[in-house]
Design a protein. Structure first.
Length: 51
């Protein structure tokens, strides 16, 4: 009998540091610093949908 642990849910956030936005996830992933907040949010959405 095998036991499978459920995969952690990916919860992403974006934060700002100076003029840069960063996307991060609860799994430990973090995206590159972006000047475009929209691009940082897109990075986070793409990460969450890929996982």
């Amino acid at each position: 009998m095998s036991h499978q642990a459920s995969a952690p849910e990916h919860r992403t956030t974006t934060t700002e540091r100076g003029s840069f936005a960063h996307a991060r996830c609860t799994c430990g992933w973090s995206g590159p610093a972006r000047r475009s907040r929209d691009k940082a949010r897109t990075d986070a959405q793409e990460h969450a949908s890929a996982g």
